[in-house]
Write a protein that binds this ligand. Structure first.
Ligand code: ZN
Length: 670
């Protein structure tokens, strides 16, 4: 592992922002390496002084506040805490979790600061200025394998103290205090907490950071020397995998069943990276996936063990739920309430791994942890056998109120504006106009969105959004649609909302001059493609959560215009298709509704030139032309997107087979 320390940059930071700036700098160096710190695992601190309003100075600990991530932490993420208070807390015989958290807030020197890390007392007891703590993969993997403690002791000799696992928080602080009584701190470079992580410390930021890097590198080198290093990079990008259609339906059914166990819509992902496939191909994959996590703090995201899925994945789900409930029954105290029994990850034998979460954001966290866990498990096996913590110890952490509090305070689930969280939508023609506005609206509401467009250009805006899967796809080509659905189901698990929007407006031609190519092209894009897409999506929608189809037709259906036969006839037919679909799919709970937008001028179709020409043709200004409707209002793509959102979500749950205009009011239609 390379040190990322840059002397010049560190000197600049020190000059500008002092020691706390340097604390932020090296915390971020640790935080940006996922082999050291993964999703909140780890904390750091600095000892210094603060001056109060009376001009008195006191010894102060600046320690990571809860809710901050080392990767992006700022000075405000290090609340100032009274050293004297913390050290005195460390002398108490016992302290309950709830009381400790309340005492930590009392020890704050700024009442508005975030709550200090649960390890604040431990940080205070280490008598050096800078303290760094990570859940390093290499050290924890060694510790989670047969003979790990002995190997680590031999590797580090006297310069590192190795302590058996205890619960984090007050108990851990007491353990470290006992173990270091009378120790010569100047000869000690670090403390290994078995099955948990590594602490390093020094009087200056660089020495403490480099001690972390050097000790971790030693562990990595040992793993390599023992021939247990894996050839696969954990950062391998998520593959765009194609699953056979038969498995597509199976996956959607699994997602539905998993969501029912969870009690809400969920997203599910099939990972077929080389690492995942390699794991799934092992004869002992089912046993290994159930054998315990990398570090116990992962259990709030992943639960303490994974599920195993075979030919019939639904059986694996039931088995997991049974095992999980049994595990809870075995270790729970009367005050514990059993959490949901949905697995967060599992192996699908011979195929890859699966992950499950309430939102795409959480799914990303699970995926990252699972990737590191698989790597660690395989390394542990190569070292002689993976030996994670016992289920009793894992239960204590998973159901620890301080851990569960971390999840409850996460913003994703709490936001009422994100009512489509956990749902999956597919939008065609998503690269521009109404399609783009719709995709954005559904993303804002929390849905995962598969954005299809024929043109790559318009899809660029979705890149880098984890909840969007942008695919270049010509919906008139069955194979391209099939491939897109395969990818979509692998990525998000299924489909709840279909928005058929992609359309084509052929050049204006009277019937006499209408040429076959224009007629055929209009029917192909505006009618046949939506029919085939709906047909292909129906098996997935049948496994959807409150599934809904929204067909974008046109004002031309109730109020056609001359010169638009090819367009109007196709849109009228697709409206009829939508009505038949409403009749046929109602028994499966699938709602099918149609929108008739009109005069939506903020689309790629309407350039300023065309708009000016059309306005002139009516003898109107552009402004008057845009608002020539009953309400005298300009209709935008966003207005149509809002109507899609209403029909696609649960607000109009009792409406199907309806046709809704979004046109500012048209006197021919009214
Ligand atoms: Zn820790």
């Amino acid at each position: 592992m390379d040190s990322l320390w840059d002397d010049k940059q560190a000197a600049r930071v020190l000059e500008r922002e002092g020691q706390l700036g340097l604390r932020v700098y090296s915390s971020r160096l640790l935080g940006q390496n996922p082999d050291l710190v993964l999703h909140g695992g780890g904390n750091t601190s600095l000892k210094g002084e603060t001056r109060n309003v009376f001009g008195e100075t006191s010894e102060t600990l600046f320690v990571k506040g809860s809710g901050w991530d080392l990767k992006t932490i700022e000075a405000a993420g290090f609340p100032a805490v009274s050293m004297d208070y913390l050290v005195r807390l460390g002398t108490l015989e016992s302290l309950s979790d709830a009381q400790m958290m309340s005492e930590l807030r009392l020890a704050l020197l700024d009442p508005k600061a975030p709550t200090p890390s649960v390890e604040a007392i431990l940080h205070a007891l280490i008598p050096l200025r800078f303290v760094d703590h990570t859940h390093t993969d290499a050290v924890v993997t060694l510790s989670n394998s047969v003979g790990g403690a002995e190997r680590l002791a031999q590797l580090y000799g006297d310069e590192v103290l190795i302590l058996p696992y205890v619960m984090p928080g007050f108990v851990l602080a007491k353990q470290v205090a006992e173990a270091t009584r009378g120790v010569d701190w100047s000869s000690l470079r670090g403390i290994v907490l078995l099955h948990h992580g590594l602490f390093t410390f020094a009087e200056d930021a660089k020495t403490s950071y480099n001690a972390m890097i050097e000790l971790v590198t030693k562990a990595e080198d040992l793993i390599r020397e023992l021939g247990a290093e894996l050839p696969v990079e954990p950062s391998e990008p998520m593959p765009v995998s194609n699953v056979p259609s038969i498995e597509r339906e199976q996956l959607a059914r699994l997602r539905k069943a998993a969501g029912e166990v969870f009690g809400a819509p969920i997203v599910q992902r099939l990972n077929t990276s080389a690492l995942a496939r390699g794991f799934a191909a092992r004869a002992d994959a089912a046993e290994l996936i159930a054998s315990g996590p990398l570090t116990p703090d992962h259990t709030i995201h992943t639960k303490p063990f994974g599920a195993a899925f075979a030919e019939t994945p639904l059986e694996g789900l039931e088995e997991f739920a049974g095992d999980y409930r049994q595990y809870v029954a075995q270790y729970a105290q009367p005050h514990h309430r059993c959490l949901d029994a949905m697995p967060r990850f599992g192996v699908w034998l011979q195929r890859g791994t699966l992950s499950f979460a309430a939102s795409v954001k959480r799914l990303g966290v699970v995926d990252d942890i699972v990737t590191h866990t698989l790597q660690a498990m395989l390394t542990g096996e190569a070292l002689g056998g993976w030996r994670a913590l016992s289920r009793a110890e894992l239960f204590e952490v998973e159901y620890w109120e301080l851990e569960q509090a971390k999840l409850n305070s996460a913003p994703a689930s709490a936001d009422p504006a994100r009512e489509l969280e956990g749902k999956v939508a597919l939008v065609t023609g998503a690269g521009s106009g109404i399609g783009r506005a719709t995709a954005e609206r559904l993303l804002t509401a929390g849905a995962a969105v598969i954005a299809l467009d024929k043109e790559q250009d318009g899809l660029a805006q979705f890149q880098g959004q984890p909840a969007a899967l942008a695919l270049c796809c010509d919906i008139t080509q069955t194979q391209e649609v099939e491939a897109a659905l395969d990818t979509a189901v692998a990525r998000f698990g299924g489909l709840d909302i279909l928005v058929s929007n992609a359309g084509l407006f052929p050049p204006s031609q009277t019937l006499e001059s209408l040429d076959d190519a224009n007629w055929d092209a209009s029917l192909a894009v505006n009618l046949s493609a939506p029919m085939r897409l709906l047909r292909a999506c129906t098996p997935l929608l049948r496994q959807g959560f409150d599934p809904a189809v929204v067909m974008i037709a046109s004002k031309n259906v109730p109020a056609p215009g001359p010169g638009a036969a090819a367009y109007s006839a196709a849109k009228a037919a697709v409206t009829q298709l939508s009505r038949v679909a409403a009749l046929e799919l109602g028994e499966h709970g699938i709602r099918v509704n149609t929108l008739h937008p009109d005069a939506v001028y903020d689309t790629a179709l309407w350039s300023d030139d065309i708009l000016a020409t059309r306005a002139a043709a009516y003898g109107l200004s552009v402004e008057a032309y845009k608002t020539k409707n009953v309400l005298r209002a300009e209709v935008s793509s966003a207005d149509v997107a809002e109507a899609v959102f209403l029909l696609a979500g649960s607000r109009l749950a009792k409406t199907t087979g309806a046709q809704l205009p979004v046109d500012g009011g048209n006197d021919r239609v009214i």
